[in-house]
Design a protein. Structure first.
Length: 163
């Protein structure tokens, strides 16, 4: 069985860009508009001879009120339920937000293996920018740049290690 990896995080952190990087596809809609990827989206990925499935999700808002936002949150929760591992994507440039804390709380309670991807880290040398993300209680952040392909292999090796 291929492990299933769900990508979750608040809108605009780079989940779809990471999905495209992992699946080498252009399927996911990457946009400057927050939350455009409204459906869960499945793709095949590979690291050497190891195959996996990736699920992209729309904006994940645990306390979403109604309508499309609620539907997106429902689908993200369902993606987590289906997943063997979760990559929680945060934005190093934007820094920690209240929404990141809410998502972290949900993920810590999910019982899933969660890895933290600190995205948009290209050109941000050193670990000072990463330090605040330890507060999320998810473990050591992996500095990645989904747009530039940096840190992706190391993240994937950690995610796939137990499988
Ligand atoms: P999503 O809403 O989480 O799926 O985010 P998207 O993948 O649609 O990306 C949101 C914005 O962040 C887009 O403008 C992307 O080009 C940009 N972005 C994604 N990854 C990176 C990255 O590694 N570095 C930088 N600088 N921008 C990125
Ligand atoms: Mg998206």
């Amino acid at each position: 069985m291929k492990p299933v990896i769900a990508l979750v995080g608040r809108p605009n952190v780079g989940k779809s860009t990471l999905f495209n990087r992992l699946t080498k596809s252009r399927d996911a809609i990457v946009a400057d508009f927050a939350g455009l990827t409204r459906d869960r989206h499945y793709g095949d990925g590979r690291l050497g001879d190891r195959a996996f499935i990736v699920i992209d999700t729309g904006g994940f808002e645990p306390d979403a009120g109604s309508g499309i936002v609620q539907e997106m949150a429902r689908q993200a929760r369902q993606a987590v339920a289906e997943a063997d591992a979760v990559v929680f994507v945060v934005d190093v440039r934007a820094g920690l937000s209240a929404q990141d804390h809410d998502i972290a709380r949900f993920l810590r309670g999910s019982g899933k293996r969660v890895h933290l991807a600190a995205n948009k880290a290209e050109g941000m040398a050193g670990s000072a920018h990463l330090a605040e993300f330890h507060e999320l209680g998810i473990g050591e952040p992996h500095a990645v740049s989904s747009a530039h392909g940096q840190g992706i292999r190391s993240l994937l090796e950690a995610v796939l290690e137990p499988f």
